[in-house]
Write a new protein. Structure first.
Length: 185
């Protein structure tokens, strides 16, 4: 009876020895996702609170035990009004938009109809691209110098307590069972 080919060839003996199996601790807890997630980007995720056009939304956690932040308005409106995309505060004074506009006597004449609003926004985008970026564009760029009232109201230091998480409603009732793992305070 003929033998198969592989049975007649000797097995090689010069293989390196197999590594030992990895040593695991007797009990390893299941892995958890990290507490602070990285930033996310969602193209055309929401509509702008000012011009109602879709824009790219960014979402991130500024630090441990803080709430997530996200962009609320598009870049065009942010540059037009010289405000932060997230907190909607003026970049020069740190005041809400309405307070700043009242102090500078600026009346916002943004068109109301969809077609006119789109045309106005396209013109503002063109004006932003043609500017050097050192001065605000639109009505804010044409406004006169700042008033004394705005300088008195201006926020000079950041207010970090507004980033703190909301109070846990279960903790208020005395029923929170999460303890230190509770994402709320």
């Amino acid at each position: 009876m003929p033998q198969p080919f592989f049975a007649s060839t000797p097995a090689p003996t010069n293989f390196p020895p197999a590594p030992p199996p990895p040593r695991l601790p007797p009990h390893s807890p299941p892995s958890r996702p990290p507490l602070a997630w990285g930033p996310t980007k969602e193209k055309y995720g929401k509509e702008c609170k000012i011009c109602a056009r879709p824009f790219t939304v960014f979402r991130w956690c500024p630090g441990v035990r803080m709430r997530f932040k996200k962009t609320e308005v598009c870049q065009t409106c942010s540059k037009m009004k010289n405000v932060c995309q997230t907190c909607l505060l003026d970049l020069e004074y740190g005041l809400p938009i309405q307070v700043r506009d009242t102090g500078l006597s600026i009346k916002d004449d943004v068109p109301k109809s969809d077609v006119n609003k789109e045309y106005y926004t396209q013109n503002m985008e063109r004006e932003i691209q043609n500017s050097d970026g050192t001065r605000p564009v639109g009505l804010l760029g044409k406004a006169q110098s700042s008033s004394d009232m705005l300088l008195k109201l201006a926020r000079t230091t950041p207010y970090y307590k507004r980033n703190r998480p909301h109070i846990c409603s279960f903790w208020v009732k005395g029923e929170c069972k999460r303890g230190e793992e509770c994402p709320y305070r």
